[in-house]
Design a protein around this ligand. Structure first.
Ligand code: NDP
Length: 399
């Protein structure tokens, strides 16, 4: 029985809140707080739970957060606002002695750059305070790290090659929309691609490296090498990795739209003067695109995200694939959400549950692959994300 404070009332906040509410024995009181209280109220009204309340908070302001936490006295804060709020929320957790969990690593608002260094810097202070922070507990990052930890614990003595593959084969009927916060999403995918090989990070032009990848129950889809945050933590925590890459599918139409938006300057984060006001073009673009949480209603098709791994077991080469497929329409039917929000919110709830029930314990700042994958994967299917694995029949990656 524990009180939990959830910050952020977007697509992911909706899923986390509803999923926590399905387990009132663990999450006995829920406070959902965000910048716009009406959004929290709408989610709370659709969420059956005996003790759910809402609040307004500006999570960039540490004193506001501290006051809210002191008033509600939660055991854990689940941060599903934006990556910009990670550090102020961690500061507030430190000031109040409360545990922390998020789904995306910090990035500074004025520079499209995400790195774990800022949050890893909190390790000693969280340790001293006797509290735990779990970073990146969505799907990717999140489940992908747990998949890698499971592979290492049960199927490999050494992992050498890791390819994380992320396919969204869904169709929402809009010519162009992003599946989570457009500003964060477009900042992420327009960066140079980056991957790890033989202890070095190698950069490539955005979208310049691509290949068709076969996804279970979907088929072959063109997939593009991107930099993704879990690569940084996975090569640190699994040091036998020789190469780690991340691949994501994009349709030709999506890439054409993105190219045009880039060419006309709408993906820029440099402020411009517009009718006497400073505006950030990418934030303006976000305002005119469909909100990701509104995409669910007519969304059809599946997502498929997994890890292709090669390495050694008992001195012999072994290959392995572990993945989840999630159906957009099924996610909408259960929670009124699309699959990208669903696959992020379910792991966040599950990580929170493991922290509150003592199955994941520690003092300091942790990435999910540092924690025991067994209790997580025992329950992941029960809460809506079935996973599958195959040993030595994956030949998707031989290079
Ligand atoms: P949304 O934009 O839909 O929601 C973000 C929410 O945070 C909104 O309710 C917003 O408020 C609130 N917020 C923003 N700034 C503040 C602030 N200063 N104070 C308080 N609340 C604030 O995003 P998503 O739900 O799509 O994504 C949420 C998080 O999940 C993001 O960090 C994203 O990167 C991460 N994510 C992780 C994935 C993974 O697999 N690991 C995959 C997908 C997303 P308002 O309503 O007023 O705008």
């Amino acid at each position: 029985m524990a009180k939990v404070l959830i910050i952020g009332a977007g697509g992911v906040g909706n899923v986390v809140t509803q999923k926590c509410a399905q387990l009132p024995d663990v999450f006995s009181e829920i406070l959902l707080a965000s910048r716009t209280k009406e959004k929290c109220d709408r989610i709370a009204a659709a969420t059956p739970h005996p003790a759910i309340t809402t609040a307004q908070v500006d999570a960039d302001q540490v004193p506001e957060l501290v006051a809210l936490i002191n008033d509600f006295q939660p055991e854990l804060v689940i941060n599903v606002a934006l990556p910009y709020q990670d550090l102020p929320i961690m500061d507030a957790c430190l000031a109040t002695g409360v545990n922390y969990l998020d789904t995306a690593n910090y990035e500074p608002p004025d520079e499209a750059k995400f790195e774990y260094k800022w949050q890893w810097n909190y390790h000693e202070r969280f340790k001293q305070a006797g509290i735990m922070a779990v970073l990146g507990c969505g799907f990717d990052p999140g489940v992908t790290g747990v998949f890698a930890a499971h592979a290492l614990k049960h199927h490999f003595d050494e992992i050498h090659y890791l390819d994380i593959v992320d396919c969204n084969a869904g169709d929402h009927g809009h010519p162009f929309a992003t599946n989570f916060n457009p500003e964060i999403n477009i900042r992420e995918i327009t960066q140079p691609g980056k991957y790890y090989e033989n202890s070095t990070w190698l950069e490539v032009e955005p979208f310049s490296v691509h290949r068709p990848i076969d996804y279970p129950a979907i088929g072959k889809k063109e997939s593009y090498l991107l930099y993704h945050e879990e690569l940084e933590s996975l090569v640190k925590h699994i040091p036998t990795i020789k190469r780690a890459r991340f691949w994501m599918t994009f349709s030709e139409s999506y890439l054409t739209h993105l190219r045009v938006l880039e060419n006309v300057g709408l993906t820029s984060i440099e402020p411009i003067e517009y009718e006497g006001q400073q505006i950030v073009p990418l934030q303006f673009l976000k305002a005119v695109l469909p909100t990701p949480s509104s995409l669910g209603e007519n969304y059809e098709g599946q997502t498929s995200i997994g890890c292709h791994i090669r390495g050694l077991k008992n001195g012999k080469p072994q290959s392995y694939y572990i993945y989840n497929n999630c159906d957009h329409a099924a996610a909408y039917q259960e929670l009124g959400a699309q699959a990208v929000a669903y696959t992020t919110g379910v792991p966040a709830m599950l990580g929170a549950m493991l922290m509150l029930t003592g199955k994941w314990q520690g003092e300091g700042v942790f990435n999910v692959e540092q924690l025991d994958p067994d209790p997580f994967l025992e329950k992941l299917g029960t809460y809506g994300l079935e996973w599958h694995e195959s040993v030595n029949d994956s030949n998707e990656f031989t290079d």
